[in-house]
Design a protein around this ligand. Structure first.
Ligand code: KIV
Ligand code: ZN
Length: 512
């Protein structure tokens, strides 16, 4: 029986730290459910002590998810650790992940602490955490740039205090594969009680080597946990990408000889969900999940693949979920078939009223679009597309006029707390005019920091999926809207973002 590699997903914590990627509780829960379907071993659900919003998100995920271990990050102090333990109370399997910086630079300039103080605080934190939960991970932040002798001393001490996982972050993405692999190996060889803990790698992608470094940490260093995020989401250049590291381990099992729990068929759905929720679009040539990852454009390649697919393909597209792009429902499909498909896609609706609202939207879409794909259903049921009673702004209708040589005009009808209102404006283009029409009435004053359009299923017949990122009083929120008409999709996305700015719960969750 081969060794097992633990997949620790930190999309909801380190991934969310990426500016503009903040998610609300419902969005995090939706992603956590997909991560559970993906069968990740550990979900780092947030940093419970950082805000009430994060606390609630960790708590809600801990209560809902049964098959993955739920983890909360915490600084190495009693308050943070108690808060993490409290948020994790409902979890079937809970982990506290505590960290403190250990590099000379961070200790001196950031923490203003001596190495001895850091040493004591790390020990006390792990001891305190172990009294609350049985599963404690310790990370020496900026570990890769830390003095190896000091690291050996502190890691030996925290293992003695009961740390069950030791994670070695390359916080600033400075490592190169061979050196990082040997660094982990050295630590494991030099620390006398290293065999009492599972060793973990956590690499940032500043030099584009996060996946390579993580794999070297596994192969050379003997790490048995990889920390990663869907689509490599994360601060600056991001984290190690889950889909790449998982498919590397699986495809090159001959070399790594490791087992994974992951249901790789759920990878694409996870990638799309994260991209849609955060507005961080996946580049077409991204390994595994990019639109071109399995597309063979050149005649020679196409010919080869048709004769024998392994001439140019090292993975099967369907193994990572690419087969979902098929027509599943049509105009004549009933509510039951729709509901069943939602269940198959893992979409959870809070109430029958929500299912009815989504079904009505599905019927409306089926009237306008002959082929309905899984992607359409997912977009239709995502945050911002299904009407919640609690929402302040709801889209009703839009009309716009644009003609070459004339300035476009738009009128948007929407409801504010259930009451219908109308806004009109001109603009540089129909989208600009429509969003200005909404703003003319709402007067949010929010600054738009991102606007992006994506064709959900490829062709011009596809629905357009729009992300609008708004910033107001230091908070950043993402609004998403989908419709075959991209001007309407834009108006829906804008109203969705305004709802998030307005929503109290999101107010605590958002960055800033
Ligand atoms: O990159 C890092 O150092 C981290 C730690 C908190 C684990 O994310
Ligand atoms: Zn990190």
């Amino acid at each position: 029986m081969a060794d097992k590699l633990i997949i620790f997903d930190t999309t909801l914590r380190d991934g969310e730290q990426s500016p503009g990627a903040s998610m609300n509780k419902d969005e995090k829960l939706r992603i956590a459910r997909q991560l559970e379907r993906l069968r990740v071993d550990v979900i780092e659900a947030g940093f419970a002590a950082s805000s009430n919003g994060d606390f609630e998100a960790v708590q809600c995920i801990a209560n809902a998810i049964k098959d993955s271990t739920i983890c909360s990050l915490s600084r190495a102090n009693d308050r943070d650790i108690s808060r993490a333990a409290e948020a994790l109370k409902g979890a079937n399997s809970a982990r506290i992940h505590t960290f403190i910086a250990t590099s000379a630079l961070h200790m001196e300039k950031k923490l203003r602490m001596t190495p001895d103080q850091v040493f004591e605080q790390a020990k006390l934190a792990v001891r305190f955490a172990r009294n609350l939960v049985g599963d404690v991970e310790f990370s020496p932040e900026d570990g890769y740039r830390s003095d190896v002798d000091f690291l050996c001393r502190i890691l030996e001490a925290v293992i003695s205090e009961g740390a069950t996982t030791i994670n070695v972050p390359d916080t600033v993405g400075y490592a190169v594969p061979e050196l990082y692999g040997h660094f982990i190996k050295t630590l494991r060889e030099r620390i006398p009680n290293s065999d009492k803990a599972i060793w973990s790698v956590h690499c940032h992608n500043d030099l584009g080597m996060a996946v390579a470094n993580s794999l070297a940490g596994v192969k050379i260093g003997g790490a048995r946990q990889v920390e990663c995020t869907i689509n490599g989401l994360g601060e600056r250049a991001g984290n190690c990408s889950l889909e790449e590291v998982v498919m590397a381990i699986k495809t090159r099992r001959d070399y790594f000889g490791l087992e994974l729990n992951i249901d790789t068929k759920q990878i694409l759905a996870a990638s799309r969900m994260v991209s849609q929720t955060t507005g961080f679009v996946v580049q077409p040539n991204k390994a595994v999940v990019g639109a071109n990852a399995f597309a063979h454009a050149s005649g020679i390649h196409q010919d080869g693949v048709l004769k024998a697919r392994d001439t140019y393909e090292i993975m099967r597209a369907e193994d990572v979920g690419w087969t979902t792009n098929k027509i599943v429902l049509g105009k004549l499909s009933g509510r039951n078939a729709f509901k069943l498909r939602l269940q198959e896609l893992g979409v959870q609706m809070e109430s029958e009223a929500e299912i009815n609202s989504a079904f009505a939207k599905f019927k409306e879409l089926a009237d306008r679009k002959s082929e309905i794909f899984d992607e359409d259903i997912l977009a239709l049921t995502s945050e911002g597309s299904v009407t919640h009673d609690k929402e302040q702004y709801c889209f009703v209708s839009l009309s716009q006029h644009s003609e070459t040589g004339e300035r476009p005009q738009a009128t948007v009808v929407f409801t504010v707390d259930g009451k219908e209102v109308k806004g009109s404006s001109d603009g540089n283009g129909p989208v600009d005019a429509s969003l200005k029409a909404i703003e003319a009435h709402v007067k949010s004053g929010a600054e738009m920091v991102l606007y992006s359009v994506n064709a959900i299923s490829g062709s011009t017949e596809s629905q357009g999926e729009v992300t609008v990122r708004l910033q107001s009083s230091g908070r950043v929120v993402n609004g998403v809207g989908a419709d075959p008409d991209i001007v309407v999709a834009s108006a829906k996305a804008y109203l969705n973002a305004l709802n998030k700015l307005h929503n109290k719960a999101d107010r605590v969750a958002a960055q800033g």
